[in-house]
Design a binder for this molecule. Structure first.
Ligand SMILES: NC(=O)c1ccc[n+]([C@@H]2O[C@H](COP(=O)([O-])OP(=O)(O)OC[C@H]3O[C@@H](n4cnc5c(N)ncnc54)[C@H](OP(=O)(O)O)[C@@H]3O)[C@@H](O)[C@H]2O)c1
Length: 343
């Protein structure tokens, strides 16, 4: 039984972790931290967990957490995980849902995030996208769990870039549900602002762009540039990323389908749709699946790829549990085999 601790248990991704792990047959939640609800029982704060998780919320205690847990999930804002992971190194495995361990290059991390990680390069960690890094995740002490937009974009673009059928300049237009911003209230996630409304934000300066470029560059084997425009949409969960790539030459859609089917042939959580079928966020709502579809615009010789995930599951907590399963030698879909919810 894997003994699990969660820092930041009362946020959206923390609660999603508890929901998944409370039904995971090989994991047991033994430690939950919260500053705001310290000493309260989690099901008192979130009654949906009544009967599923009755753990008490505790103050952040690194020593205690490291001594009673086999793995720590860090579901805090970015900037906290580096200190936690460096103090608990070699005592417990760490899966960070924030951005502290996603970057290969510290200067890029510093350009976009505020955390202070003096010995960044000395800390061994793996970018936790199982479909690309499964073998290294198995032995990793620390996982930088990917961001939600990057998960949808990288999974959608990887086969096209790897196969070399497209140019290395990509346009990514992403739409996210409001839970992507976490549960702290702010101006744009107020009901009156996001209901019946859709808006772009952080245009040409969203911090997920460098993360996406880092991974696409490695996949393509050459510098890959991305124009990334995120939008907030009036949904609770879900991300749809629509991506535009110039084809190097005239290409048949059947050949693109074969490339994608082959790339993901062993992947349980990635579903490639037949030509003519387009993914929708409801197809993966409340599940760890990613669905990918595509179309060729012959007029512009452009491959248009559409990728959908549930931002809180494949985009965060589900993927984190998928990583835990790999790290502890468990079947990858343990605790994650939920069928998407309709309607
Ligand atoms: N939401 C998503 O779809 C998503 C997807 C991928 C990755 N992520 C990443 O996952 C991490 C958690 O995201 P989330 O959406 O769960 O956030 P959230 O709902 O805002 O929850 C974060 C939790 O961290 C705790 N916390 C401790 N110090 C804090 C501080 N200085 N400011 C705010 N909260 C603080 C809070 O709990 P207490 O006050 O009880 O301690 C809070 O409930 C973030 O790094 C985020 O970027 C989120």
């Amino acid at each position: 039984m894997v003994r699990v601790g969660i820092f930041g248990a009362t946020g959206f991704t923390g609660i999603e972790l508890i929901r998944i792990l409370s039904k995971h047959k090989d994991a047991k939640i033994v430690y939950l931290s919260s500053q705001r609800y310290n000493s309260r029982v989690i099901s008192d704060v979130y009654p949906s967990l009544e009967g599923f998780c009755e753990n008490k919320l505790e103050d952040m205690d690194l020593e205690k957490a490291a001594s009673v847990c086999d793995v720590l999930f860090i579901a805090l804002p970015s900037g906290y995980a580096y200190e936690i992971a460096s103090k608990t190194l070699r005592k417990v495995k760490v899966i960070d849902l924030g951005a502290d361990f996603r970057f290969d290059d510290y200067s890029i991390y510093k350009e976009w995030y505020t955390g202070n990680c003096d010995e960044y390069d000395k800390i061994e960690r793996v970018y936790g996208l199982p479909e690309l890094y499964r073998e290294t995740i198995k032995k990793a002490p620390i996982i930088g769990n990917p961001g939600c937009y990057p998960t949808s974009a990288i999974l959608g673009l990887a086969p096209a870039l790897k196969s070399g059928i497209v140019e290395h300049n990509v346009i990514i237009d992403s739409k996210s549900g409001v839970s992507g911003a976490g549960h702290s209230p702010n101006q744009i996630n107020m009901y009156v602002e996001c209901n019946n409304n859709i808006r772009a934000y952080n245009v040409a300066k969203h911090r997920h762009r460098p993360e996406i470029e880092q991974e696409l560059t490695k996949i393509a084997g050459q510098n890959t540039r991305v124009i990334f425009t995120p939008h907030l949409t009036p949904m609770t969960r879900g991300i749809l990323s629509t991506m535009y790539c110039n084809l190097k030459k005239e290409t048949r859609i059947e050949d693109v389908y074969d490339i994608y089917k082959d790339f993901y042939k062993d992947e349980y959580f990635v579903k490639v749709l037949k030509p003519g079928n387009y993914p929708a966020t409801k197809n993966v709502y409340d599940s760890n699946f990613c669905q990918i579809g595509f179309e060729i615009d012959k007029h512009a010789n452009t491959l248009i790829i559409m990728s959908v995930i549930d931002n809180l599951i494949k985009g965060a907590s589900g993927q984190a549990v998928q990583n835990m399963n790999i790290m502890f030698g468990l079947p990858e879909n343990t605790g994650l085999d939920m069928v998407p919810t309709i309607p």
